[in-house]
Write a protein that binds this ligand. Structure first.
Ligand code: PMP
Length: 302
């Protein structure tokens, strides 16, 4: 892998990157019942800072509940381990991937009795979808049904849905895909939430069939603080195609403008003024340049 770092935290200890290995009969490898997070850390004038660490750790533990997975560390221990992993690898900025999974020792669908293993890796990872406005394709796959799976949990196996939709979009020459929900309303991207701007107001799909994104809630807070009206509601493809601006939010994607949806240009196909404004405030916040949002940062050198 490109961008590898020195150490990976595994079950309470640091091991060399190349030694962070598991058995092929690891339960989660077969059935997908694991939980993970994607977190970013950024360079600030006080050294690297993890963005919204508490919220990510809370979501990790919440995702584990429906699987009856008992994570053998406390939230505080995982948060500390995240910071230590950033620190020991001496990277200024990048991505953090904690994962908790049912390990080796038991097969069969019921994971009860399988050990729970946890690891945390970090690596430098720049912009996920690039800096320009992206071209998006509505997928033929719908976002997972909340009565089949736990739509608001970040469970490994859910990402087969995201992968299928992403492959479809990439093969058709698009940058990213958009998934509808089982009612035909807008859900989200494969790893991003979506927002639309119309007449100076911002809308995003309500919770229910989407991952409650931590970037989504940060952007909603920033918009409110800026006095921009923002609401959650059912949105249709027509709403999106007639929007003044569209953008994705996500830890990896940060704030990414959408320039085209299914070949229809949004505005002039480039980032619009409200997206630009929110993106600039967000990027300042993650780099510790906006005191109002410093509460969202956990400095690893504290
Ligand atoms: N939706 C899905 C399906 C995702 O995987 C992600 C990435 N975690 C998001 C939305 C955005 O969430 P966040 O802002 O917390 O990264």
């Amino acid at each position: 892998m490109e961008n590898k770092t020195e150490k990976i935290w595994m079950d309470g200890e640091f091991v060399n990157w190349d030694d962070a290995k598991i058995h092929v009969l690891t339960h989660t490898l077969h059935y997908g019942a694991g939980v993970f997070e994607g977190i970013r850390f950024y360079e600030t004038e006080n050294g690297p800072a993890v963005f919204r660490l508490k919220e990510h750790v809370d979501r990790l533990f919440k995702s584990a509940e429906p699987l009856t997975m008992k994570i053998p560390f406390s939230k505080e221990e995982i948060a500390e381990a995240v910071k230590e992993t950033v620190k020991i690898n001496k990277v200024d900025a990048g991505y953090i991937r904690p994962i908790c999974f049912f390990g080796y020792g038991k097969m069969g669908l019921n994971p009860a009795g399988a050990p729970v293993n946890c690891s945390i890796a970090v690596w430098p990872w720049g912009s996920y979808l690039g800096d320009d406005a992206v071209k998006v394709k509505t997928s033929k796959y719908i976002r997972i049904h909340p009565k089949s799976l736990i739509a608001d949990a970040k469970i490994c196996g859910h990402y087969v849905n995201s992968i299928l939709a992403s492959v479809e979009a990439k093969e058709a020459g698009f940058d990213e895909c958009l998934l509808l929900d089982y009612n035909g309303n807008i859900a989200e991207g494969p790893g991003e939430n979506i927002f639309c701007v119309k007449g100076g107001e911002i809308y995003t799909p309500k919770l229910g069939t989407i991952l409650p994104g931590i970037t989504r809630s940060s952007i909603m807070q920033i918009a409110k603080d800026e006095g921009i009206k923002i609401g959650e509601k059912d949105l249709t493809l027509d709403d999106l195609k007639n929007a003044d601006e569209l953008f994705f939010t996500g830890t990896a994607a940060e704030v990414t403008a959408i320039g085209q949806l299914d070949g229809k240009k949004i505005r002039n196909g480039e980032i619009g003024p409200i997206t630009s404004k929110l993106k600039a405030i967000f990027m300042d916040a993650v780099h510790g340049k906006n005191k109002k949002y410093e509460k969202w940062l956990s400095y690893v050198n504290d």
